[in-house]
Structures are given as structure tokens and as C-alpha cells.
Design a protein around this ligand. Structure first.
Ligand SMILES: [Mn+2]
Length: 324
């Protein structure tokens, strides 16, 4: 079984594959998926590039990103590869269900520490929590087995490493990350990739930001800043949840504000709430009151009710938590 389902063998024998990243996809998930997609298609394997959710706007420039599909193919692929997901469940419900019952090989590339595949789910895993990005594990495999690194693959790996290290700033940044970027740098334009990842927003995002900033509510004597993002707004501007990720920073930056809360509407009367705090307020404490969790400076929970209800509750809870 093992020998038939390892990646070098599959690359010689399989005719089709499915590559999937995780829900709420980030640059590493997209870049790792695309590196494998280009490797496989280059070897003549018909490859489905799958993502349960749309790729973030800032990674749509990556070559091949337009090939992503959000529906599972009708005909089952010869094998599956999951990247960067932390655990197999995070590929999304439909694919997880299919992979749970399939007899086809399943492989896994990841650098997250939380999941140690005991071989119970995957047939072969490439895991290393010392890697700065999952894309580096894909790159290692390619080098080890002598697969040529094309320009498309170089751009995908470079963007994945850059984004997952916050531009080589996070504690995961290491010698391998620098060495691989140096190997790739002649095949691409670093300034162009940096600009695409960090310096571009769609015009509609700024229009929505203007609308949202004007609607920020200051509560609890100016200690809490709350705002809502309704589904209708995202639909009207044709934007996704990733387009509003940074909005909370504006609310938190307001002088006197100690906690900022973003209420993103999931369905009528149901919200996903993200919190960022600074100063003395413990965001996790507020989150706990709503049945959620998190850290002192970043927490979240789901809220059932209206935004007005939420504001009243927050007013009361912040007053109490701030006194503790
Ligand atoms: Mn990652």
C-alpha cells in the first residue's frame, strides 16, 4: 500500500489529482497549492485546484490562481494532496467528507505544530514545524526529486514564504527561508510581488471602508469601538471577508479606545465577532462572556442577536471588565 501511494510513485503513475488548501485561505495555502498544481500539470497530471472558499484578493495575481474551483469534481481524482491546513477538517466540509471515505491516496504538506499525523488519515505526510512556510516543504520535495522549478512555481513559493513570514519579520523566519528566496529571486520581480501582496486594494474596498468608518460606534465612555459589516454591504461592493480584515485596526487606533470589535454578519441575526485590544482591557475576558475564546489582545466569538443588542451588552460588559 505504502509504496503505491507515495508521491514519487504517484507522479509516475497517476493521471489525475486534487490539490486543496484550507478554509479562510492565506498566501501560504494558495502558494503551496499552486506550486503543486504547476508541478503536477507539468508532469501531465490533470489537476483540480480546489478551495472551499475564494482565494484572497491579494493572491489572485499568482499564475494559475484563476484555475481555482470551489466545487468537487464529479470524477474522483487518483490522489489528493492537502496543504497548510493544520488538520484535515480544515479543507472544508465537502472535501473532508469525501476524503474520509475514499480509498484513493491522500497526502499532506504542513508546517503547523498542532497536528501530528499518525498515518491514520493520510497515506504520506511531509511535516516540519521548523519550516517557515508549507511552500518550503513543497520546494524541498521538488529539489530532492529533481523537478525543475519553473517561473510559475518560483513566484508561488516566493509569495507564500514572504506572506507567511510577514515579509521575513516573524519569529518563523530562518536561514532556509532566506536561502530559498535567494534561489528564486532571479526568476521574478521582488518589488512587484511585495506590491501585489501588501500595497494593493480594490477601489471597492476603500469605498466600503469609508462607509464602515463613518458608522463606528464609541461605547463605554470611548473605551470600546464597535462596527458592523453586513452581508448586503459585501454583496453590494462584490467583496469577500478577506477585504475587511484590516478595518478593525482603524477602530483600535482611535485615541482612548481600548477594545475594537468587528461584527461581521454571517446570516440575519448571526455575527462572527473579532476583537483587538490595547491598554488594560483583556479581550479574552469579554469574549468569554459571550462564550468565545482568544488571547489578551485578540479574541473572537459568534453572536446571535441584533447589532443593537450587542452594543448594549458590550457597554455593560466593558464597564464591568474594565473595573476588574
Ligand atoms: Mn503556513
Amino acid at each position: 500500500m505504502k509504496s503505491r501511494s507515495d508521491l514519487p510513485t504517484l507522479l509516475r503513475t497517476a493521471r489525475s489529482a486534487l490539490v486543496a488548501g484550507h478554509v479562510n485561505p492565506d498566501g501560504d495555502s494558495v502558494g503551496s497549492s499552486l506550486a503543486l498544481y504547476h508541478l503536477f500539470t507539468g508532469l501531465g497530471i490533470t489537476t483540480t485546484l480546489y478551495s472551499a472558499e475564494p482565494y484572497p484578493y491579494n493572491f489572485l495575481f499568482l499564475p494559475g490562481a484563476d484555475k481555482v474551483v470551489h466545487e468537487l469534481p464529479l470524477i474522483e481524482p487518483d490522489f489528493y494532496v492537502v496543504v497548510d491546513a493544520g488538520s484535515p477538517q480544515r479543507v472544508g466540509e465537502a472535501l473532508y467528507r469525501q476524503m474520509s471515505v475514499t480509498r484513493r491516496p491522500k497526502l499532506f504538506f504542513d508546517h503547523h505544530v498542532s497536528y501530528r499525523d499518525p498515518g491514520a488519515f493520510f497515506d504520506q505526510s511531509f511535516l516540519d514545524d521548523a519550516a517557515a512556510a508549507t511552500a518550503l516543504l513543497v520546494y524541498r520535495f521538488m529539489k530532492q526529486h529533481g523537478h525543475p522549478v519553473t517561473r510559475e512555481i518560483a513566484v508561488a513559493v516566493y509569495a507564500a514564504v514572504m506572506s507567511d513570514t510577514g515579509g521575513m519579520r516573524y519569529s518563523s523566519t530562518n536561514r532556509e527561508a532566506f536561502a530559498v528566496l535567494a534561489e528564486l529571486v532571479d526568476m521574478l520581480e521582488p518589488w512587484e510581488i511585495a506590491a501585489k501582496i501588501w500595497e494593493e486594494v480594490p477601489h471597492a474596498q476603500l469605498q466600503l471602508l469609508a462607509e464602515v468608518l463613518a458608522s463606528i460606534r464609541l461605547l463605554a465612555g470611548g473605551k470600546a469601538a464597535l462596527f458592523e459589516i453586513r452581508r448586503e454591504q459585501l454583496e453590494r461592493y462584490k467583496l469577500g471577508p478577506d477585504n475587511v480584515d484590516t478595518f478593525i485596526n482603524y477602530a483600535r487606533a482611535i485615541s482612548g479606545v481600548e477594545v475594537a470589535m468587528r461584527f461581521r454578519e454571517l446570516a440575519p441575526g448571526r455575527y462572527k465577532v473579532s476583537m483587538r485590544s490595547k491598554g488594560n482591557i483583556d479581550a479574552a475576558k469579554i469574549s468569554n462572556e459571550f462564550g468565545g475564546g482568544g488571547h489578551r489582545n485578540a479574541a473572537g466569538f459568534e453572536f446571535a442577536g441584533s447589532f443593537d443588542d450587542a452594543c448594549k451588552l458590550v457597554e455593560e460588559i466593558v464597564a464591568r471588565v474594565a473595573c476588574q
